[in-house]
Design a protein around this ligand. Sequence first.
Ligand SMILES: Cc1cc2nc3c(=O)[nH]c(=O)nc-3n(C[C@H](O)[C@H](O)[C@H](O)COP(=O)(O)O)c2cc1C
Length: 326
Amino acid sequence: MSKIHHDVLTAAAQDALRAPSVLNTQPWRWRIDADVLELHADRDRQLPVADPGGRLLLLSCGATLHHARIAMAAAGWSAQVRRMADTFTDDLLARILVGAPKQSSADERAMHQAIDRRRTDRRPFGDEPVPPEAVQKLVAAAEAEQTKLHRVPIGQMPILAIAAAAGDAEMSDPQYRGELMRWANRPSWSGDSVPADTIVRRVPRRVPVRELTMPPQEGMTVQPGGDRGAAYFVLFGDGDDAPDWLRAGEALSAVLLTAVALGLSVAPISDVIEVAHPRELVRGLLAGRGHPYIVLRCGLGGPTEDLATAPRRDPAEVIRERSDPQ
Ligand SMILES: Cc1cc2nc3c(=O)[nH]c(=O)nc-3n(C[C@H](O)[C@H](O)[C@H](O)COP(=O)(O)O)c2cc1C
């Protein structure tokens, strides 16, 4: 085994822990076996109520896979990735080998630098619109990952707002509320949870966002802003099978990191995909062009440094050598 390759893979898995995940579940495990880095789903961290089919788990795992690829690229190595998620119940999702040394691109370096700065920014954005050149770069970032980004035009905004309000229906399900309580309010030592200082009290917005505050949590108080200048996107693609959702997670990471590299604030909205009726409304926005994977709200927000950081699990728990005791 080459010590250099082993170190490259270890560093990539460590950077990948910063990836976003639904309710910060971090539903993945990394295994290093000689010169191979394996990505596994952690089914104990799948959300049985919000995500019974495992689609959001695959989006989250795709995001961590893309973070690992970007870390390798920024370190000057090509990644040979074999994606292995054929069905929604497969646990081995991908294998990564270190390929030939390769000069990283400016985009790859910018995305890598954005990994530590990126936060889900739930604050409402102000009036200033997202510049058209930035929109083009976000679209290109999705396309580079074989996925597409639909900018929701002004005429479709009422439908998106209705879909988002309908997504809130999950809150009337006691089982969903139990799941939210369990994952959002975890003890600080757990390395997961969605801490109160990363969530926002309810304020009027163009498109309602997922309610994550549950008593006794209240969330931070913010200026109204109303998201007037925000741009909304639907990440979508041709397929609705497991490989498509893993790839969509990679695209999600690419779009989020590109947005942050461009100085934009961004937040995923997935309750509209979790519930059948709003999902069909969002699908309708695509006019037959594909399957929606997730919605993104993007805009010019306050400084990201003002946002608290959501915790991550202990690397020793998530990244294991094959030789480690299981
Ligand atoms: C598949 C997926 C779905 C998500 N859905 C939502 C959502 O509906 N609302 C929200 O505020 N954040 C959502 N998030 C963001 C996560 O809550 C966030 O990534 C996690 O809490 C870690 O925080 P960070 O992104 O600031 O590192 C989602 C993230 C992923 C990857």
